[in-house]
Design a protein around this ligand. Structure first.
Ligand code: NI
Length: 177
């Protein structure tokens, strides 16, 4: 188990475009996924992308369990997604709050496609192909943006919604991605 430091906005490595994973079932990939899992769990995040721990590979993880603190948060199955491709299933955008472990202490409203299909592989090379909506769709778009060097503030359209978490949500905030 290894909790890695998470790069913060301003670090140019977060702006890099990540490389595809070429080989599955390797000890390197297994160790990377384990580190990402441990880091996300330690920070209570909803998702994490490999570049956030300084690894420029197309690997993201995400997942949200039922949490009494966030009764309205939709459950998202724990997923390891490698070499993802996202296809919007609608042109309709939905606005929602986002946070990011690389942008600590802040939240903002981000428009995202309300329904997307995502395909890719898991860490063993098995195909993943899902059509999702709502919070699940938001989380996967946020994580995969990290692989393109895009942080959520770069997707914001209304900066009046950008602010410090404890000011915006004095009673507790939605989770970080
Ligand atoms: Ni993020």
């Amino acid at each position: 188990m290894s909790i890695k430091p998470v790069l913060r906005m301003g670090d140019s490595r977060l702006l890099d475009v990540s490389r595809e994973v070429a080989e599955f079932g390797t000890s390197e990939l297994k160790a990377l996924v384990q580190d990402m899992h441990d880091t996300m769990a330690a920070l209570d995040g909803a998702g994490l992308a490999a570049p956030q721990i300084g690894v420029s590979l197309q690997v993201v993880i995400f997942g949200v369990k039922r949490n009494p603190r966030y009764p309205d948060a939709e459950e998202v199955p724990y997923t390891v997604l490698v070499n993802p491709v996202i296809t919007p299933l609608t042109q309709e955008m939905e606005s929602g709050w986002e946070g990011c472990l690389s942008v600590p202490g802040l939240r903002g409203v981000v428009p995202r496609y309300s329904r997307v299909r995502y395909t890719g592989k898991d860490q063993h090379g098995e195909t993943i192909d899902r059509s999702v909506e709502g919070f699940h769709a938001r989380v996967v778009q946020h994580e995969c943006d990290h692989l393109l060097g895009i942080l959520y503030p770069m997707r914001m359209t209304d900066f009046r919604t950008f602010g410090f978490t404890d000011v915006l949500f004095p009673d507790g905030a939605p989770m970080d991605e």
